[in-house]
Design a protein around this ligand. Structure first.
Ligand code: ATP
Ligand code: SF4
Ligand code: MG
Length: 330
């Protein structure tokens, strides 16, 4: 059963400069489902719309960001809730049904308050518990179950290392045992050893609480390590989705192939191919397939027609004319 369903989502940044409207098409007609107890990775170059997609999934839709169309459905108490239509329910869902680990996690920890106080604030507001001892026990149990040191609770955020702050942020976002955890670049900017600790923590949470994890990172190595399925985004579009095995063993979209080929392999000293050219502006994205200016296989129709996302093998979908089903000419 799915935990979250996204249908034809369009989210644009709309601004006006000297009376001229500018639209950045950051998420353009994106559809996918995430299952219960699944780790879904989302990958793609900087600026392709990953963070914008995550922000819309948690209803963080403030101008200039605007949702132009589509639906975002969570399962809640046996019901299917479209958070775009039922905006009042958002507060109820936040922390319990979904929680968010934002890119640059310092922003959720108050620099002037000890870590325990930030936890207290969240628990007081969302569980209506006011007894400090009860709250401290609850937080202590949570920290123990995640293998985090209790002394951290009496520290201020600036007294902690970057890796520990990230782990505390993840602990905070899971304190009310949400069904879906949405993490944006949770391991980026950490050194490899610390990164491993954060990955282990996320895996531990997922296996202990049996929840769903949506994890954005441009690091394909992290996806290989963690995800069950991967979404590849390119210039605001979902261009491929499949199991980790599908994506790494049989990438179909030329862009995905570049991403996989550019990964360093142990012992291989040859220069890796990176994606040629630069990502397009989402203010005026290329016509047809948005990858066509950079694609070595581009054909005439690629410049004119937007390729649909089609299932090529079970659960493996791609938006590329190289993999279209043969048209029945009889
Ligand atoms: N407040 C804003 N106003 C206008 N455009 C924006 C705004 N925020 C982001 N964008 C644009 O939207 C597009 C998608 O940005 P987004 O932050 O979602 O990308 P991303 O994939 O998360 O990138 P990164 O890997 O660098 O975090 C980019 O072209 C970006 O410049
Ligand atoms: S649709 Fe055309 S341009 Fe786009 S990735 Fe496929 S072959 Fe390349
Ligand atoms: Mg981002």
């Amino acid at each position: 059963m799915y935990a979250l369903k996204v249908e034809n989502l369009k989210a644009y940044y709309i601004t006006s400069l000297y009376g001229i409207e500018r639209k950045v098409r950051a998420v353009d007609n994106v559809s996918f489902q995430v299952m219960e107890n699944e780790i879904l990775g989302i990958a793609g170059e900087s600026g392709c719309g990953k963070s914008t997609l995550l922000k819309t999934l948690i209803g963080l839709i403030k101008p200039p960001l605007s949702v132009i169309g589509g639906g975002i459905y969570y399962k809640y108490n046996g019901r299917e809730i479209d958070i775009l239509k039922d905006i009042n329910v958002l507060k109820e869902l936040k922390w319990r049904v979904f929680s968010y680990v934002p890119q640059g996690s310092m922003s959720v920890l108050n620099p002037t308050r000890k870590i325990i106080n930030t936890f207290e604030d969240v628990i007081k507001v969302h569980l209506n518990i006011t007894n400090s001892d009860v709250i401290r026990n609850m937080v202590g149990d949570h920290f123990k179950s995640l293998g985090l040191p209790l002394e951290v609770l009496n520290s201020f955020p600036h007294q902690l290392s970057g890796g520990m702050r990230q782990r505390v942020t993840i602990a905070l976002s899971t304190i009310l045992k949400p069904k879906v955890i949405i993490a944006d670049e949770a391991t980026t900017a950490l050194d490899v050893v610390v990164q491993r600790g954060v990955i282990q923590l996320l895996k531990r949470i997922q296996s202990e609480f049996k929840n769903t994890l949506i994890m954005v990172t441009h690091d394909m190595g992290v996806h290989a390590n963690m995800a069950d399925r991967i979404i590849i985004m390119y210039a605001g579009k979902l261009v491929e989705i499949g199991s980790v095995k599908d994506i790494f063993k049989n990438p179909l979209h030329p862009y995905t192939k570049y991403l996989i080929e550019s990964l360093p392999k142990i012992g291989d000293k040859t220069l890796k191919k990176s994606v040629p050219g630069a990502p397009p502006s989402l203010l005026d994205p290329p016509s047809g397939c948005r990858f066509h200016p950079r694609c070595p296989y581009a054909m005439k129709e690629c410049k004119e027609i937007v390729p649909d996302l089609v299932e090529v093998e079970s659960g493996h979908k791609v938006a590329c004319f190289l993999h279209r089903k043969e048209v029945d000419k009889t």
